[in-house]
Design a protein around this ligand. Sequence first.
Ligand SMILES: Cc1cc2nc3c(=O)[nH]c(=O)nc-3n(C[C@H](O)[C@H](O)[C@H](O)COP(=O)(O)OP(=O)(O)OC[C@H]3O[C@@H](n4cnc5c(N)ncnc54)[C@H](O)[C@@H]3O)c2cc1C
Length: 281
Amino acid sequence: MSGRWWRPRDLACALRIRAQEPAVCVAGATDLMAGGWDPAGSYLDLSALAALAGIRETEAGIEIGALVTCTALGRHAVIRARLPLLAQSAAATGSRAIQNRATLGGNVMNASPAADNPPVLLAYGAQVRLASERGLRSLPYEEFHTGYKTTACAADEIVHSFLVPVPDAGSHQYFRKVGTRRAQAISKVTLALAGQAGREGLCVRIGLASVGPVPVLARTAAAVLRAGRTAACTRERLQEALQADIAPQDDIRSTRLYRDRVAFNLLKEALCGFPTWSDAF
Ligand SMILES: Cc1cc2nc3c(=O)[nH]c(=O)nc-3n(C[C@H](O)[C@H](O)[C@H](O)COP(=O)(O)OP(=O)(O)OC[C@H]3O[C@@H](n4cnc5c(N)ncnc54)[C@H](O)[C@@H]3O)c2cc1C
């Protein structure tokens, strides 16, 4: 049997095909090419859909189309100025050649726990928008990854865009990917943090990659920091809290022990951005 390839220009047409055919979505194809094509398979090429393209500033935040590539994110003036962590994570995603094709929608749908952009989407509190013939729905990105390589995107849905709130002026932002090399390496641990000092504690969101089956939002560690510099917020307490959030494993790239330690070291480094906290841990 020969395969089928659709390349609609219109979102409604794409959503109709998505609802009726078990076709695999194709964006930049960097992951799909690595996995190999099925000559008998059905593919829905999204690359001509203008509705999934572009970066726009709105009152609610910055809207980023699912088809926006890592190169475009890394170079875009608004992203660099207002969401700098996303420019950094995009520039850390594979090689230049990969970045030229790899899309943000494809990066989250590939759903690798080691992907570089999800920790930043978590730290910024992004929403992901999913389109289907039933309409457009929005959900917090922290609810998107439901298990190892599984997502909340239904079989008839397409990732449409992301809405990323702009952090307040003066907020502290941090991103670091630790890999075997500084380029073209899959992460051993990645941590992104965004937020600010409140009256008592820190109001931060902390996203991590490569420390569990899905990208992780470190809620327990954030709660400890939010409580302020009280007796409850010791180095031991923060380390325990972060360990409760993550579930690192041994694999070919690293060990559980290394990941545990490096995740905490990255968190401590991120907290150095808050002057009165830099010596706390
Ligand atoms: C050599 C190499 C190095 C890499 N290095 C890194 C790295 O350092 N960091 C990193 O994070 N990633 C890395 N990757 C992974 C990859 O490049 C990214 O995951 C990329 O962002 C995927 O985007 P894409 O547009 O190419 O997706 P595609 O390959 O087109 O699709 C990926 C998956 O997402 C689905 N999909 C795509 N778009 C949509 C949509 N809008 N709606 C619904 N489903 C969709 C597809 O059906 C498929 O399942 C690397 C890949 C390669 C081959």
